[in-house]
Design a protein around this ligand. Structure first.
Ligand SMILES: O=C(O)CCC(=O)C(=O)O
Length: 287
């Protein structure tokens, strides 16, 4: 599935596009079942981390299912329409809001703490594994906000905020916000400088989103030095990334060691300026 000209225009003009097809009804049901089976059987995770930590960031390194989704051809065809033929996955993450909970995501730009500067060579594919309606707390976006620079964020450390430091852009004109509801199996793309947020889940079902951060070989992490990413399409001719394979066995010892190595490396950028040590997002279940 490639993006139509109109979808590509929407992404370029607005910094996001919604309603893209990623998985059919059977596929998305199966994916959700696999995620929920992991939750049932492996809550305590493995090694030093519980499952919430692995769901929070870099799950592709230790959970084969998440590595496989990142390599899914239908998603890659669509991402290729925007970023070109050489693609790497930087991180696969889950955003789960339990039914009738106050979990929110404050207005933010993704690139603020990723150490990649203001690059246009990345995007997030966010896939709905449940009905992500307005009531369920779908994402909202400010159209065109990606055309500006990275702006200041205040740390709020709000416990209901899924962002690890509750980082928030102040003074957003909410009247400009556009909701991006998604049916199960649909996905949206958003640019890392696009302002986005989401409200609480007031529905009776869980709200489950799977976010895949795609980058190109050209992206650099000047503050960190070479970072880790999984080559999923084409090649990395400039070898700017340390290429990792992605998990093929659940919680393999070597993968768990790599996970810690990657987390230690990336934490330098993710926690920059924060008062305490933080990851990117709150562990699920801390709402
Ligand atoms: O799931 C959400 O509500 C927010 C997700 C998000 O901020 C992201 O994928 O960058």
């Amino acid at each position: 599935m490639t993006l139509t000209t109109s979808q590509l225009d929407q992404y370029r003009q607005n910094g996001f596009v919604t309603g893209l097809a990623a998985f059919n009804a059977d596929e998305v049901r199966d994916l959700r079942t696999q995620i929920e089976t992991l939750e049932r059987n492996h809550t305590s995770g493995s090694g030093a981390h519980d499952l919430g930590q692995f769901f929070r960031v870099n799950g592709q390194l230790v959970i084969p299912l998440l590595a496989r989704v990142g390599r899914s051809n239908r998603i890659l065809d669509a991402v290729q329409s925007v970023l070109g033929k050489n693609l790497l996955v930087w991180s696969v993450e889950l955003f789960i809001k339990e039914p009738r909970t106050q979990s929110v995501v404050s207005w933010h730009q993704d690139l603020t703490y990723w150490g990649m500067g203001e690059t246009d060579e990345e995007l997030t594919a966010w896939i709905a594994l449940s009905d992500v309606s307005i009531k369920a707390g779908c994402m909202r976006f400010i159209p065109g906000s990606h055309k500006g620079k990275i702006v200041d964020h205040d740390d709020t450390f709000d416990p209901d905020n899924l962002l690890s430091r509750g980082q928030e852009i102040q003074g957003i004109d909410e009247t400009q916000a556009v909701h991006g509801p998604l049916r199960p199996g649909e996905m949206s793309f958003h640019h890392g400088r696009c302002f986005h947020a989401s409200g609480p889940n007031e529905s009776d079902d869980r709200r489950i989103g799977l976010a895949i951060r795609y980058v190109t070989p050209e992206v650099r992490q000047p503050a960190l030095g070479p970072d880790y990413a999984m080559l999923v399409r084409g090649c990395d001719p400039v070898r700017g990334w340390i290429n990792v394979a992605g998990a093929s066995t659940l919680f393999a010892p070597d993968d768990l060691a790599l996970y810690d190595q990657v987390l230690a490396h990336q934490s330098k950028a993710l926690a920059a300026g924060a008062e305490s040590s933080v990851g990117l997002y709150q562990a699920q279940g801390q709402q």
